[in-house]
Design a protein around this ligand. Structure first.
Ligand SMILES: *[C@@H]1O[C@H](CO)[C@@H](O)[C@H](O)[C@H]1NC(C)=O
Ligand SMILES: *[C@@H]1O[C@H](CO)[C@@H](O)[C@H](O)[C@H]1NC(C)=O
Ligand SMILES: *[C@@H]1O[C@H](CO)[C@@H](O)[C@H](O)[C@H]1NC(C)=O
Length: 466
């Protein structure tokens, strides 16, 4: 997700018809989507069985005699869900004692975890909520929490509890328990957001879950990775579809081929997952950029599209005959003839990675005009100049490496590509089967070192889905 920007980024899109609603300001009211397939969120007996076994193994690991603080190294997988034709991707975490699972947007563009509070009265209607009084390990830190994104904001109080994900458990994880959330930010069955960027931009000041795990050596390998599915070109896509795979502590070799091309985060820039965007190729013509901070890009799973500086976006569309800046509701966007197949590829200092024309074509506006997935973004220095979201990330296997701090991309395998556009059963909450538990550094770091920084998250609320 992206920081709250001056410009209007959250747009409402009626994917099913020509009519488009006006873009709304970040805090504007939006219509909630009637999801076609609502998933019953409660765990089955089988899920509980797997959890119970896993929990026991973790306790054995925790109290079984290791003195390192990390009982055992491990790795785990969280199966994710694709919401509203690639608008957002969520996974699951379990919070508290006994653990209760929640769906959370997996967001490499911010660094805080938060969930809707049972006392939430604004913007949480019909989403599953966290009841702190039902968790014996919950501690209320009684400090206000407030985070702003490009698509809205969430506010509440900071709390601390045990959080589990993909087979890992972090005790004393600090997170936001939110009582007011911008309308449209949470779409059932999503209850919150898990920030997967670095602690330096955590609004809470707390170390993010992933960083506690990676930093403590709990992972076999200091990486997390994503494979994201594509449904944007599938007219039969349901509101919820299988979303791909998120891994912690390993890369799944059956999901990519060839080598992973790692590029370092510029020295000292661990905040967002930043890489300089060095070149952009459009219809065979290359635009190059200096690798200074003006070309910094945040690699952001929590943002649907790709945003960049207005001048660079104009240059990009100038390579597409008969493209034109959008007007009115589409200011900041561009239209182009639907008959044009647009090939864009991006390079971050290493290999060049192509984006499928299917992802470039966000939607069809009329019988001839299509809307492009690259839009103008003026971050005014408050965030990286480029936000590279799912439009790009669906086309690669992406790896976020703790040490050395870097982001890697690899070609998706045939097996991974075969999951695109394939309707299937949605994953159930995957708390995982590996086992390692660590304790977060505690509340003392949860003050405000990240105050003033924001999450990137900009996503499209699609409505009228049926
Ligand atoms: C935490 O404590 C504050 C008072 O300090 C209270 O207003 C708030 O409702 C509590 N929140 C939770 C989630 O327990
Ligand atoms: C790797 O991904 C494949 C394809 O989704 C899956 O079948 C396999 O179980 C995964 N491997 C691990 C170790 O998770
Ligand atoms: C886009 O790329 C595809 C596959 O590489 C190619 O067949 C097609 O001609 C390209 N289109 C343009 C306009 O460059």
């Amino acid at each position: 997700m992206l920081p709250s920007l001056q410009c209007t980024l959250a747009i409402l899109l009626l994917m099913a018809s020509d009519a488009l609603a006006a873009p709304r300001p970040a805090m504007g009211s939006t219509t909630t989507i009637p999801l076609v397939r609502k998933r019953h969120n409660r765990r089955t007996e089988k899920d509980w069985g797997a959890w119970a076994q896993n929990h026991r193994e973790m306790l054995i690991g925790k109290y079984g005699g290791s003195s390192s603080g990390v009982a055992k190294r491990g790795s785990g997988t969280n199966l994710i869900t694709n919401q509203n034709a690639d608008s957002s991707y969520y996974g699951s975490v379990a919070i508290g004692t006994p653990p209760v699972s929640f769906n959370v947007i997996l967001d490499t563009g911010s660094s805080d975890l938060w969930v809707a509070d049972s006392g939430c009265t604004v913007g949480c209607k019909s989403v599953p909520k966290f009841t702190s009084s039902s968790s014996s390990s919950f501690k209320n830190l009684s400090k206000p929490f407030n985070i702003q994104y490009g698509s809205g904001q969430a506010a509440g109080v900071l709390g601390q509890d045990t959080v589990q994900m993909a087979g890992f458990s972090v005790a004393n994880q600090v997170f936001g328990v939110c009582s007011a959330v911008s309308s449209g930010l949470l779409n059932n069955p999503v209850s919150g957001l898990l920030g997967l960027a670095w602690n330096t931009i955590a609004t809470s000041g707390a170390t993010p879950l992933w960083q506690t795990l990676a930093g403590s050596g709990a992972w076999d390998s200091p990486v997390m990775s994503f494979q994201l599915t594509r449904f944007v070109d599938d007219n039969d896509a349901q509101g919820l579809e299988p979303g791909g795979t998120f891994t912690m502590g390993f890369v799944n070799e059956s999901l990519y081929t060839g080598a992973i091309d790692f590029q370092s985060i510029p020295s000292g820039q661990e905040s967002y997952w930043i890489l300089p965007l060095t070149a952009l190729n459009v219809q065979g013509n290359t635009l190059t950029f200096s690798s200074s901070s003006s070309s910094y890009a945040a690699i952001d799973t929590g943002t649907t599209l790709v945003g960049g500086p207005p001048s660079a976006i104009a240059q990009l569309y100038s390579q597409i005959p008969d493209s034109a800046p959008g007007t009115g509701q589409f200011e900041g966007y561009y239209t182009y003839p639907c008959t044009t197949e647009v090939n864009v590829s991006m390079s971050f200092g290493g290999q060049s990675w192509s984006i499928s024309p299917k992802d470039f074509q966000l939607t069809q506006l009329s019988s001839t005009q299509c809307l492009g997935a690259f839009f103008e973004l003026s971050t005014g220095g408050s965030a990286p100049a480029w936000i590279v979201g799912d439009t790009f990330l669906k086309n690669v296997y992406s790896v976020f490496r703790f040490n050395p701090p870097s982001v890697g991309f690899a070609q998706l395998s045939q097996g991974a590509l075969a999951m695109d556009g394939v309707n299937g059963p949605l994953p159930s909450a995957t708390i995982g089967s590996a086992a390692a538990s660590v304790s977060a550094s505690g509340a003392s770091d949860a003050l405000s070192s990240g105050a003033g920084r924001h999450g990137l998250l900009v996503y499209i609320y699609s409505m009228d889905w049926i």
